[in-house]
Design a protein around this ligand. Structure first.
Ligand code: IMP
Length: 427
């Protein structure tokens, strides 16, 4: 029985939560394998809207076990805040499992994240300020604090001392801020230990055994391909592996057990934070997409940058993730445009690029080459079959599909669970 990976094909916010939720009832485990509470999934079920940041969206599916894998960085305050919020709305969260090897976001790392961005000035990344990057840096630097450390005060104290030797100096000497004390940090982290204990386990073993029993495991990426620390638009990326390769390291599930990679791609493109974005629109069309698509960040509330669909990016995502199916979301948002441009290549200083330029400077200078497709005015939100779509919308889907490096299996036409056109069932 397989493990399935879901990734974002662009710069995030493609609607992964909805796709995961769509598969929900056929899936036994939903695993978050990277990132932390920098993510934001909005899932709409009936009249209820749920904004999740840290918890996997499988938490909303009865019978499904949600898992936070070893590749995640965990803000424990946020974790309990989300658990309490869902419990208050009648959602049972008791099945949640948390990897003992996941790293914990300590307060000094939230501080470093925020103050470092301020110091970077015009070179800032536009992070979410949640301490994600500094916590991953500590992990690689081997001074990180893991979930399992919280249960042993002596070990925790040693580790916090070690981390603060560096982080304390950075905060005080470089950034001129007050660093928290070892005692303060240990007390804060330890205050959660008792409540956390029932959720903590060896999630790698749990998931390996589930696959052996023939159960279905869904690995859900936070962020997206172009925010991946290796394959994204570095340095304007997040600090984790958001592509399908990260699903293996972030969960302990080997590549040989993964047989489906679903990439979520929006019918246009958005980006939050800084960094290059060739098809960005700084005009009334961009405003149109932002308004129609309600493009404001789930986590930070920031207005998202908006632009046209970019097939170069989609092909790249198909290649680096090994995409087997695309889910095209928010097609309904394009209703009302006379013409819908699609980027088919880039012009970089007179040279045509069909593939992502490997050189960062080239990507910054990439000018999109557009094909203008006819728009449509019909409301798509009631369409449930491909044939229900107006001809121009069908043509749009087929045009982008032919250039995106994979088949479009599902088309989203609205925020509700059932507002989807299934061309090829995902399972
Ligand atoms: P960080 O992940 O907070 O370090 O932020 C690094 C970059 O990733 C910034 O440009 C963020 O806006 C972006 N980012 C992080 N998480 C998300 C997400 O869930 N959706 C979209 N962008 C994100």
């Amino acid at each position: 029985m397989p493990a399935i990976v879901i990734v974002g094909a662009q710069w995030g916010d493609e609607g992964k939560g909805k796709a995961t939720d769509h598969l929900g009832s056929q899936v036994d485990y939903v695993v978050k394998f990277n990132g932390g509470n920098n993510a934001g999934h909005t899932v709409v079920i009936g009249d209820e809207k749920y904004a999740l940041h840290l918890l996997p969206s499988g938490i909303l599916t009865p019978g499904c076990t949600p898992v936070i894998g070893n590749g995640v960085v965990v803000d424990i305050d946020v974790l309990f805040h989300e658990i309490d919020g869902l419990e208050a709305r009648g959602i049972d969260t008791s099945k949640l499992k948390l990897s003992a090897n996941a790293h914990v976001i300590a307060d000094y790392n939230r501080q470093v994240d925020k103050v470092a961005e301020r110091f970077l000035g015009s070179r800032k990344i536009g992070t979410t300020g949640r301490g994600i990057g500094p916590t991953y840096a500590d992990k690689m630097n081997r001074i990180g604090i893991r979930v399992q450390d919280l249960f042993d005060e002596k070990i925790l104290t040693q580790k916090v001392e070690g981390a603060l030797e560096l982080k304390g100096q950075i905060l005080t000497k470089i950034y001129n801020r007050r660093a928290p004390s070892v005692e303060q940090t240990v007390a804060e982290l330890r205050s959660h230990a008792e409540r956390l204990a029932p959720y903590v386990c060896d999630t790698t073993l749990l998931l390996g055994q589930a696959l052996d029993r023939g159960e279905v495991v869904l690995l859900e990426a936070g962020q997206a391909t172009l925010l991946d620390v290796d394959h994204g638009t570095y340095p304007f990326v997040t600090s984790s592996s958001a592509t399908s390769g990260g699903a293996c390291t972030g969960s302990g599930i080997p590549p040989t057990r993964i047989d489906q990679v679903i990439a979520i791609v929006k019918a246009y493109t958005t980006r939050v934070g800084e960094g290059p974005f060739p098809t960005e629109l700084n005009d009334d069309k961009g405003e149109f997409l932002r308004k129609q698509g309600f493009e404001f960040g789930t986590t930070t509330g920031r207005p998202r940058r908006c632009g046209w669909y970019d097939t170069v990016i989609a092909r790249y995502a198909a290649r680096v993730n090994g995409v087997t199916d695309f889910v095209l979301t928010k097609l309904d948002v394009l209703t009302g445009l006379d013409v819908v441009p699609v980027c088919v290549a880039y012009d970089v200083d007179g040279v045509r690029h069909e593939e992502m330029p490997v050189n960062q400077t080239d990507f910054h200078h990439a000018v999109p080459v557009y094909e203008n497709l006819p728009g449509w005015s019909e409301d798509l939100t009631g369409c449930r079959a491909f044939e229900d779509l107006p001809k121009a919308a069908q043509d749009y889907v087929e045009y982008v599909e032919a250039r995106s490096g994979g088949r479009i299996s599902v088309i989203g036409v609205g925020p509700e669970r059932e507002q989807a056109i299934v061309r090829h069932p995902l399972r």
